[in-house]
Structure formats: structure tokens, C-alpha cells
Write a protein that binds this ligand. Structure first.
Ligand code: ATP
Ligand code: MG
Ligand code: MG
Length: 550
């Protein structure tokens, strides 16, 4: 906090508290339970919960469940799990817009009684026609001047389920010529004989977002109703309801710019399409920009929160380079993830001067964090290295193992390759090498230094593992914008599965969701659902190389 805030809401709230316009701030995060939360929602969560936390206020979690057909209990549960995983706690019980349906309906009757709402019989097509457009004023519906009694009777019959879906709507009576289209007699209730996951079949009519949202805020004593910019034009309507209904508090709406990241789609509808069409396995597939997907991918709550803070909160929509998110993840993991070794493409390495009784080598879990402890690496005359790390011949740029040359085994000795074993087809099946004595932590005494460092595992103790390598789901920086279908930018290489990778035994024994840096390969996490000690499954979180330039 402070004066150099990258968040205009922080400045505004500080001023509201200073001037005692409010004594405690109350915010809410109001998702519709029609999909899993994505990185954009994480931003909204960090804004709403973060500001409440920072200013000693409270934040509620409220499901904006006014469209029952697209909503489900699965989404309600995943959203709660995601908010909690990000590290936030909502005040009191989870709220539901649907728990206010009685109150909202009472307020609809109140507007009718005040002559401020009417039942309209125009069909949807006719209503569109009457509504006009940005350059032409709308026209009054022929049903606009119904008497209060007739309106009340029709509304009650709508509520009783007497009419078919779409036959009538309840509208506010505001101004059909208003330059803001949202004030041209907006719809308050629609007839929809749909089963609701919370209220069952109790309601044949459902309130619109506009008629519900501000009133819910008022019921809950929300002081700062923070939403994204697309609702800016709805604010006058939000204020109209608050001014014309006997609500118990006076919430105010504030808008900020949506967060979008490059190479990503952040629309629940499009994310749902990826799941429904089998492009990904599930909403929490590690390729997905969902909170649950990022979790399975190994992203940390702290890094996601830090990223949301870094991008700032402003009054304009923006596209943030996804490399900045990746940078935040890498930075966090570099500091906190213990190290392990995993050989993705194993090639046998025979150390002809090492006996099988060699004691384990003790290595730090993290090179600069002694508090993370040490690990024991089994060592013997038979190891595996990565096939990419050996060549029979190579020029000076190849800083790995070459026949006749030396390399250091990470955390262990310097070795020198002396021979190769080949199969009948001429493929190398093993490299034979000598261990240079006295090189554990020291350079060779003869002064011939190794050319580089490679990782390895001990043959008899290494655990075969499945390793999933990920790349961005889309090949285009803006799959979601512009003319083409976002599905045409899918990256076919977004997932590569490596079977038979060989893993250091300590990492195999780790609990699901344990994160590691696999030395020289990148950051990996034990899969939340599929990982087992005897059949490890690791997901690549992010590579080692940072491509983000501040
Ligand atoms: P989508 O367009 O992906 O379906 P939505 O806005 O319809 O998202 P809601 O469930 O209504 O999803 O969103 C809950 C809250 O999260 C709202 O206040 C909304 O403004 C906010 N939000 C949604 N997407 C973003 C985003 N990309 N950046 C910031 N906030 C967002
Ligand atoms: Mg939506
Ligand atoms: Mg929405």
C-alpha cells in the first residue's frame, strides 16, 4: 500500500476510510457457478479478498446463481476449493443469490406497486424492435401503461407458473429513449421453468443479473461492489435500483479492467468447449488456464497472487504477457522447490572402477537453502545419464560428456568416458567411463577439468516414472481476438508424455503435489491425482529458462 499504488481501488478505499464514508469495507467475490475459475477470476479474487485483508474489512463468497440451466454443484464445489487453495477465507457461510429470491421478488412487487415496473407481453423479437439502437430512441411497449392492479395480478400469475417460458417478462419503467440502452425499461424477471440446483422447482421465474446483483450487495452490506469494466454501462441501473427500493444499505459499484494473458483464452464458454470437445482431459487439465489446472500444473498460490499484484489494477482492459506469469512461478519455485534428478531419456553409464558397495552420496535438497535439508543419492558402478548428454564426438560448444573427455556428475564425481557399447544395429546402449578419484567436491588433481555438469540416477534404485511435458496450449499470442476461430491456434505439442523416465528414489516417494526442480530439466510437480510412489507421475510446471523481460 502507500502512495505509489498500482491499484486505483486501494487509493479510493483508503480515502473512503479516511473520510469516514465507510467505517469498514465489505467486498464480495461473486462468481456464477457455470464453470471453473480461470486466471482472470484469480485477479478478481485477489482484488476483492486482497483489499478486504489489507484494510481490515471482510470479503464474502457469493454464488451469482440466477441462470440455473448452466450451473451445477460441481462448479460450486470447485470454486470454493479454488478460492481456499489461493489462500483466501471468506467471511461467514458461502452465500447464494438464490437464497434472496423471496426478497428480490418482494422488491419486484414493490416496484409494480410504485408504478415503476410492468408486465410486458411483447415477444423477444418485438421487444428488440421496440428497443431502438444507439442512434435511435426506443418506443414504448403497448403494454407499458397497464394499471398497477393488472401488473400485480400478472406478476403473481407469472410467479405461480401460469404462463409459458418467454410469454411475458417484468420490466422496469424507466425511459425508452434513454441514451444508455440499459435504462430502456430493462427486464427484471423472465419466465424459465428450469430446475435450480439450490431452490429446486420452487421458481418458474428468475431475476436478471441487473435486478439481482446490486440488491444482493445491499442485503449483504457490501460497501465496494467491484466488478469488471463491461459493467460500467450498467452502473446507472445498479444505482437506480438502490435508489428505488427499500434496501438496507447503499453499496457502490466500481469497475476495473479485465485481466487477459497472451497465448490464453479466458472465457468460461471457450474453456468449456475445450473440455467438451476433448481437446483437454478436464477442466483441471494442466494445460488449462483454470485455477484448478494451474494447481495441477504445479503453480503455487503465492506466485499467482504475486502475479496478480504485479499486473496492477487499472481502469483499462489489458493483455499481459503470459511470460510474466511464468516468470512469477519460476521465481517462486527457484527459491522454494527442492532439487531432484530425473533422467528423461536414459542411457546406461558403466563406471568400471566403482564397486557396488559405494555408499550413498549426500547432496543438499536446495543449493542455497540449508534449512531444506539433505538427500541421499544411491551410487554404484551402474548409472543412467540422459542420451542427449553424450556424444562420441563433438566440438567445444558441447559442454557435456564426449568419448575421451571429462564431465562432472551433478552432486558427485568427475568421470571420463573411455568406451561405448553398441547393439547389432550400431546403436549405443552404454557408455563406459572411469571415475576420477578424489573429485567429490574437488577438481581433478591432474588439472584436467571437466567440461560441464550432467545429471544422473543410480541404476538399481531409480524409479521408472511417467513425465508429462507441457507447452502453451495455443501457438498464437491472441487466440481469442481477431477473426479466426480460437480452436485453429491449438498447439499440437502442448502435451508430450515420456514413459520410462528414471527418477531419484526420494522424489518418487514424495507426496502428490510436491514440487521439485529436476536439475537441468525444469520444475515439476507430482500429479495431484495420478502420482504413486511405485508409479510416479510428474507434470512439468515450467522450464528453467526465463524469457520474460521486465
Ligand atoms: P467469463 O466471461 O469467463 O464467463 P464471467 O465474468 O462471466 O467470466 P463470473 O463468474 O461472472 O464470470 O465472474 C466473477 C467475477 O470475476 C466477476 O466480478 C467478474 O467481473 C470477474 N472476472 C471474470 N473474468 C475476469 C477477468 N478476466 N479479469 C478480472 N476479473 C474477472
Ligand atoms: Mg459469464
Ligand atoms: Mg459474469
Amino acid at each position: 500500500s502507500g502512495t505509489t499504488s498500482n491499484n486505483f481501488l486501494r487509493t479510493l478505499i483508503a480515502e473512503d476510510l479516511r473520510s469516514q464514508k465507510v467505517t469498514q469495507i465489505v467486498t464480495r467475490f461473486p462468481p456464477e457457478p457455470n464453470g471453473y475459475l480461470h486466471i482472470g477470476h484469480a485477479k478478481s479474487i485477489s482484488v476483492n479478498f486482497g483489499l478486504a485483508e489489507e484494510f481490515g474489512g471482510i470479503c464474502r463468497l457469493r454464488f451469482d446463481d440466477t441462470n440455473p440451466e448452466k450451473e451445477s454443484q460441481e462448479f460450486i464445489e470447485s470454486i470454493q476449493a479454488d478460492v481456499a487453495w489461493l489462500g483466501y477465507r471468506w467471511e461467514g457461510p458461502v452465500r447464494f443469490a438464490s437464497s434472496y429470491f423471496d426478497t428480490l421478488y418482494g422488491w419486484a412487487e414493490h416496484l409494480v406497486e410504485q408504478g415503476k415496473a410492468y408486465v410486458d407481453d411483447l415477444s423477444a423479437d418485438q421487444a428488440r424492435e421496440y428497443r431502438g439502437n444507439l442512434t435511435e430512441p426506443g418506443r414504448n411497449s403497448p403494454y407499458r401503461d397497464r394499471s398497477v392492479d393488472e401488473n400485480l395480478d400478472l406478476l403473481r400469475r407469472m410467479r405461480a407458473g401460469e404462463f409459458a417460458d418467454g410469454e411475458r417478462v417484468l420490466r422496469a419503467k424507466i425511459d425508452m429513449a434513454h441514451p444508455n440502452m440499459n435504462l430502456r425499461d430493462p427486464i427484471l424477471y423472465r419466465i424459465r421453468k428450469a430446475h435450480h440446483h439450490q431452490t429446486g422447482d420452487a421458481w418458474p421465474i428468475y431475476p436478471t443479473y441487473d435486478f439481482a446483483h446490486g440488491q444482493e450487495d445491499a442485503i449483504e452490506g457490501v460497501t465496494h461492489s467491484i466488478c469488471t469494466l463491461e459493467f460500467e454501462d450498467h452502473r446507472p441501473l445498479y444505482d437506480w435500483f438502490i435508489a428505488n427500493l427499500p434496501v438496507e444499505s447503499q453499496p457502490r459499484q466500481y469497475e476495473f479492467g479485465r485481466l487477459n494473458t497472451s497465448y490464453t483464452v479466458t472465457s468460461k464458454r471457450k474453456l468449456k468447449q475445450l473440455v467438451d470437445e476433448g481437446v483437454v482431459d478436464s477442466w483441471d487439465d494442466p494445460r488449462m488456464p483454470t485455477v484448478a489446472g494451474m494447481r495441477r500444473r504445479g503453480y503455487t498460490p503465492a506466485a499467482i497472487r504475486h502475479f496478480c499484484e504485479m499486473v496492477g489494477t487499472s481502469r483499462s482492459d489489458g493483455v499481459v504477457d503470459v511470460a510474466m506469469l511464468e516468470h512469477a512461478i519460476r521465481d517462486d519455485l527457484n527459491q522454494h522447490a527442492p532439487r531432484a534428478m530425473c533422467v528423461l531419456n536414459p542411457l546406461k553409464l558403466i563406471l568400471r572402477n566403482v564397486s557396488d558397495e559405494h555408499p550413498p552420496i549426500v547432496a543438499p535438497a536446495h543449493p542455497s537453502k540449508p534449512e531444506l535439508g539433505e538427500r541421499a543419492l544411491p551410487f554404484s558402478g551402474e548409472l543412467f545419464i540422459d542420451a542427449e548428454d553424450f556424444r562420441e564426438e563433438a566440438n567445444k560448444k558441447f559442454k557435456r560428456l564426449v568419448l575421451g573427455k571429462r564431465v562432472r556428475l551433478r552432486n558427485a564425481y568427475v568421470i571420463e568416458a573411455v568406451d561405448v557399447q553398441k547393439d547389432a544395429a550400431g546403436e549405443i546402449v552404454a557408455v563406459v567411463a572411469d571415475l576420477i578419484e578424489g573429485t567429490l567436491g574437488n577438481d581433478p588433481e591432474d588439472g584436467i577439468k571437466p567440461k560441464g555438469v550432467i545429471h544422473w540416477v543410480e541404476a538399481s534404485s531409480a524409479v521408472p516414472a511417467t513425465v508429462r511435458l507441457y507447452d502453451r496450449l495455443f501457438t498464437d499470442p491472441a487466440p481469442d481476438r481477431g477473426g479466426a476461430d480460437f480452436m485453429s491456434f491449438l498447439n499440437p505439442q502442448a502435451l508430450r508424455v515420456v514413459e520410462g523416465a528414471l527418477l531419484e528414489p526420494g522424489a518418487a516417494a514424495a507426496a502428490p503435489e510436491t514440487r521439485f526442480q529436476f536439475e537441468r530439466e525444469g520444475y515439476f510437480v507430482a500429479d495431484r491425482f495420478d502420482h504413486r510412489e511405485d508409479a510416479p507421475v510428474f507434470n512439468q510446471t515450467i522450464g528453467l529458462r526465463d524469457v520474460w523481460a521486465a
